[in-house]
Write a protein that binds this ligand. Structure first.
Ligand code: ADP
Ligand code: MG
Length: 604
């Protein structure tokens, strides 16, 4: 072997090794799901586990008939939102909202400054929306205007506007309207907050500003997604978030939340309760998570090393950064750079410089025109860099049309899974990807980025996103098994024989199980509400989640899982939760003992 070809073959090895480490086999997916189920049980049994399995005191999901008007405040990610939500019944709602910026200094400064800012934002919203609370200042209570909060209630004195607070961080909840902050996640680190009651922190800020607003319910965004999806699309069993972070909440039997203890009133009452899993903290010990060097760098340089391990593989905050680390390792590869001829840019050099949204742009450029694409081409697009679940090199449909004028430059190094002689359609897809890279990475022009570079960037970002979707499938699959809607292929102890492909032949017992399982819809579908920019915008994210699900619970169950966006989940969910709070405690909005405001409907 000449020294040049030795370099090329070792370069190819580097790429192939990366690919092998990022692909998850069906066995990987199943053992991760098994670990998930173990950690569910630990968290339901005792306090203090990273996957905290937090009881939310939400004891059912709505059915769409609920009515009322509420404020909602949403803190937990990239934006702060204030909303006014009107539930009309018949699964319909109206929502008006304003977004407010959150600076880094607010996220990491004193908690009181952060909560003052929240109160100021609510104040600004009420002013802008012309809600009557300002007329109440210096008076006894809130002036009610027609069509405002609780239009049914004629009472003019002493009432507060009800607000549901979507606070999407781990909180050990003790009631619908109280809970202590356990830890910050997703880049927040405000001082003097952990250990405090988050509802009190907010209410104190409202009171300091003499705002007649009462925080009646504390809601996680996952719970919001579950409730709002149930309200708009029929009862659901799981709410999942795939945005800045990732997390899920599901409907559990109270009897399985054994850490509540036998004397807890909720246990005496029985029935169901929504549990906020905090699955972002799954497998912090990294027993089953497939860490690569890029994951390790990301974790080491994060503000919470070792914590939120699962989230760091999956969510919008991190996928761009994992990809950036991977790409940089190729830029810096020795003895020969494998990307951009060893050149980098400001975007690539900056910590968190590559936004996950850019991964979506790359993928969109790659699949663009896919709908009207000829079969062969779409197939080829599909195959490149993929093959999550079969653990083998992807097969390419037919021999690619070889055209000497359309080949990549000689000695272009690509992973073995990419076709060396792309079709004209693939080349035009690569041209589109190159344009995105030049623009989003901040290169000087097309000359800085070869088509081979474009192929490698799309391959790398596709692998990172695919792994994220596969792991997301493990979380969803674990909930399906935990709730009795499915059996895990291979058994929860991994001791059952796996036959056939895609779980088709081993869905045994699954049908028997799902009938009569509480929470299934009348039409037999299993509802899952999701929210977050990643699942909403990354091309085919849901499809890849489903692929993973098929390996875990079989295609019979996967087919009846209905995954839908929980539109405005945090706003509508907070409103639904506030409604439940008022039902449980009718005088919660009163300044003095007064008649309760009328609430037209409620859910169990
Ligand atoms: P939040 O989680 O704060 O409520 P989002 O659901 O909008 O908000 O998620 C924001 C996260 O999603 C950010 O980390 C951002 O990088 C990522 N993101 C934004 N747009 C896209 C997109 N088009 N594709 C993939 N990820 C995106
Ligand atoms: Mg959100």
């Amino acid at each position: 072997m000449s020294s040049t070809s030795a370099i090329f073959s070792s370069a190819q090895n580097i790429l192939d090794t990366i690919e092998a480490r990022l692909l998850l086999s069906p066995d990987d997916l199943r053992s991760i799901t098994r670990q998930f189920l173990k950690e569910f049980e630990l968290g339901l049994g005792s306090y203090g586990y990273p996957m905290a399995m937090i009881p939310t005191f939400v004891t059912g999901v709505p059915d769409g008939s609920e009515v009322g008007t509420f404020l909602a405040l949403d803190l937990g990610g990239t934006n702060l939102r204030v909303c006014r939500v009107q539930l009309h019944g018949s699964s319909l709602f109206t929502l008006t909202q304003q977004k407010y910026k959150l600076s880094e200094s607010l996220k990491t400064g004193e908690a009181s400054a952060l909560f003052d800012y929240l109160a100021d934002s609510v104040d600004a919203f009420l002013t802008e929306e012309g809600v009557g609370v300002h007329g109440a200042r210096g008076r006894k209570g809130v002036r009610r205007e027609e069509g405002q909060m609780f239009d049914d209630d004629e009472d003019e004195d002493a009432d507060y506007l009800p607000l549901g607070f979507t606070f999407s961080f781990p909180v050990e909840q003790t009631a619908l309207n109280s809970g202590k902050i356990l830890t910050w996640t997703k880049g927040f680190a405000a001082r003097n907050a952990v250990g405090n009651d988050v509802v009190k922190l907010l209410q104190d800020a409202f009171d300091r500003k003499h705002l007649h607003v009462r925080c009646v319910a504390l809601v996680n965004d996952t719970v919001g997604a579950l409730l709002s999806r149930s309200y708009t699309a029929g009862k659901s069993i799981l709410g999942g978030i795939f945005g800045t972070g990732t997390n899920g909440a599901y409907l559990e039997d109270v009897s399985k939340i054994t850490k509540l203890g036998p004397n807890h009133p909720a246990v005496a009452r029985g029935g169901k309760m929504v549990v906020n899993t905090e699955w972002g903290g799954f497998d912090n010990a990294r027993i089953t998570l497939p860490s690569t060097p890029y994951d390790n760098i990301l974790d080491r340089l994060s503000i919470n090393p070792t914590y939120q391990a699962f989230e760091k593989f999956i969510s919008g905050m991190y996928l761009g950064e994992i990809t950036r680390q991977l790409l940089l390792s190729l830029v810096d590869a020795a003895p020969t750079p494998l990307l951009f001829k060893g050149k980098s840019t400001k975007v690539l050099n900056g910590h968190y410089g590559l936004d996950t949204a850019v991964l979506s742009l790359v993928e969109e450029a790659w699949v663009a025109g896919g709908d009207d694409a000829g079969e062969g081409d779409a197939g080829e697009g599909d195959a490149a860099g993929e093959g999550l679940t079969n653990g083998e090199k992807p097969a390419y449909p037919g021999p690619p049309a070889f055209s000497p004028t359309l080949t990549l430059p000689p000695h272009t190094i690509l992973p073995s899974s990419l076709p060396p002689h792309p079709t004209p359609r693939t080349l035009s897809a690569l041209e589109r990807v190159r344009k995105v890279i030049v623009k989003e990475f901040g290169f000087g022009g097309d000359g800085d980025v070869s088509l081979g570079d474009a192929a490698i960037v799309r391959w790398a970002s596709g692998l990172v996103a695919r792994r994220a979707a596969g792991l997301s499938g493990c979380a969803v699959g674990a909930v399906l098994v935990q709730t009795g809607f499915a059996s895990l292929v291979g058994g929860v102890n991994g001791d059952m024989k796996v036959e056939g492909e895609n779980g088709d032949t081993h869905g045994e017992g699954v049908n028997g199980k799902k009938e009569g399982v509480e929470g299934a819809r009348e039409d037999g579908t299993i509802g899952v509400g999701v929210d977050g920019s990643l699942i909403q915008h990354y091309p085919r994210f849901e499809e890849m989640v489903r692929e993973s699900l098929r390996e875990l619970v079989g295609s019979e169950v996967e087919r009846i899982v209905e995954i839908g966006m929980a539109k405005d989940g945090s706003g509508v969910g907070a409103a639904l939760c506030a409604l439940q709070a008022i039902k449980q405690q009718p005088d919660i909005l009163m300044n003095q003992a007064h008649q309760a405001p009328k609430v037209t409907h409620s859910y169990p």
